[in-house]
Design a protein around this ligand. Structure first.
Ligand code: FRU
Length: 503
């Protein structure tokens, strides 16, 4: 085994030497975000934390840079930031491809898969049968389980799969399971075409339908996918947040993730209001869910792309990355709850330079005159005492640019990637995308996490967020602020080191 491993390592090294290819140094390769070394990736799956290790599984097709028969890829991290890609966890079989789903730690061995005191990891996922799909059937998506007794390294599929059979609903997928301690049972949130169906189970093998939610709620411009139901604390009170991805029908076109706040009693989710709210208003944060087994801390991660163009973005060796992990919280504004997302603090460990500025009048202020030439990735944080029109442009010598800003007249934040570089791989990629300002505070603050081909904007302590990807022909080298009246109270700029140890 060891010999084989060394052999493949050397063989891989020899190929890399021959082709001269250096992984994670390619144009557009994210430096602070997880992306697979090679080939196609979409949704994050099976995110679970155990004994100091964050596991990230993901929709993966190891034979191509476009979507195909889905596997679960696997990566692990001790800090949510540095990732090690692991061998593929789940392969397609006679029941079909391995679609999205979740993983739990079965501490009490409710499943009975635990042996010799080993705690089982259980993966719960959709199997998508391409034959059934071709035949035009409507029951080709079913839920299956697999277990691991070596902390996620090797997986065994249950021999009586599927554990939840399709009742005749074409889109019947993406199970997210959590333990509901009050009733000592597991709860599954499942996307069922245009609603979420909740099921419960004592052993993860037999599932009973509890309730449905959402046919009349929220956005319905496309099919519902990848749900999650998360308890968050607000002033000591538990508020339940139901996260639902939808494709298409996002606020800026294509795929996006909405959420509802409400109560959950182990059977039924009841929303507080019927507003449509989005975890991230930008075009490139999809299918996000939270890590399991992290206690009160709830960490969310999404796929940083959009089904409108994910398969044609101009990257060569791999396709797609994840967003940065984000801590979820709650804010109450005019009597309504809103979810906040903020980049995890662990990201600060990547800071390698620090420029701190106070009381800036930012009328055409070239930040790179203080920081030196822009060298992505960077993080930029700033705050102001008042809010007014402003924009921040990242640009290169060819005047390709991405502009991030706020427009007072409409009370919208925006990201404009109309002239960002390569955009013609898909109509409408070149667009100005907008998000409403939710906060009514007179102060504003913003965090921008900018990697080689993405910007993530967190405004007002994570109340309004937008993520957008871009592909300039030359790297952006300047950051310039524009505003007539906007004054920055405090600004912090950090260059970030690559998580692949190569900056
Ligand atoms: C969401 C999704 C899921 C499905 C998976 C297939 O992006 O369509 O609903 O399980 O991707 O790869």
């Amino acid at each position: 085994m060891k010999f084989l491993f060394t052999f493949f390592l050397l063989a891989g090294f020899a190929t890399a030497q021959k082709t001269g290819h250096q992984f994670y140094k390619e144009p557009y390769r994210p430096q602070i975000h997880f992306s697979p070394k090679e080939k196609w990736m979409n949704d994050p799956n099976g995110m679970v934390f155990y004994k100091g290790i964050y596991h990230l599984f993901f929709q993966y097709y190891p034979d191509s840079t476009v979507w195909g028969p889905m596997h679960w890829g696997h990566a692990t991290s001790k800090d949510l930031i540095h990732w090690q890609q692991q061998p593929i966890a789940l392969y397609p079989d006679s029941l079909g491809y391995i679609f999205s789903g979740s993983a739990v730690i079965d501490k009490n061995n409710t499943s009975g898969f635990g042996k010799n005191g080993k705690t089982p990891f259980i993966a719960i996922f959709t199997q998508h049968d391409p034959k059934g799909e071709k035949e035009g059937r409507n029951d080709y998506q079913n839920q299956s389980i697999a277990y691991s007794l070596d902390e996620g390294k090797t997986w065994f599929k249950y021999d009586r799969n599927p554990v939840l059979k399709n009742p005749g609903i074409k889109d019947f997928r993406d199970p997210k399971v959590h333990w509901y301690p009050e009733d000592k049972k597991w709860i599954m949130a499942l996307a069922t075409l245009n609603r979420i169906t909740f099921y419960s189970s004592k052993d993860l093998k037999t599932w009973t339908k509890e309730s449905e939610f959402g046919q009349q709620n929220g956005a319905h411009g496309g099919v519902w996918e990848c749900p999650d139901i998360v308890p968050l604390k607000y002033n000591g009170k538990t508020i339940w947040v139901l996260v639902v991805s939808i494709n298409p029908g996002g606020p800026n076109g294509g795929s996006a993730t909405q959420y509802f706040t409400g109560t959950f009693n182990g059977k039924t989710f009841t929303p507080f209001d019927n507003d449509t709210k989005w975890i991230d208003y930008g075009p490139d944060d999809y299918a996000g869910v939270t890590w399991s087994n992290t206690g009160d801390r709830k960490i969310f991660l999404g796929w940083m792309s959009n089904w409108q163009y994910a398969t044609v973005v101009p990257t060569k060796i791999w396709r797609s990355a994840m967003t940065v992990p984000r801590n979820l919280g709650l804010e109450k504004i005019k009597g309504k709850y809103y979810v906040t997302s903020q980049p995890v603090n662990e990201l600060n460990d990547l800071n390698i330079s620090n420029v701190n500025l106070q009381n800036l009048q930012v009328n055409n202020f070239d930040l790179t005159s203080k920081t030196g030439k822009l060298s992505l990735p960077v993080s930029l944080k700033f705050s102001s005492e008042k809010i007014d029109d402003f924009s921040i442009s990242l640009s290169n010598a060819d005047n390709e640019k991405v502009v991030i800003g706020y427009d007072k007249a409409t009370n919208n934040y925006y990201i404009d990637r109309t002239s960002s570089g390569k955009t013609d791989f898909k109509k409408n990629f070149a667009a100005r995308v907008v998000a409403p300002r939710i906060s009514n505070s007179p102060n504003m603050d913003m965090i921008l996490i900018i990697d080689k081909s993405s910007v993530e904007m967190f405004a007002d302590k994570g109340l309004t967020n937008m993520t957008a990807i871009f592909f300039p022909n030359e790297p952006y080298s300047r950051i310039v602020f524009h505003s007539e009246h906007f004054k920055i109270k405090d600004l912090q700029y950090h260059e970030l080191k690559s998580i692949w140890n190569q900056k």
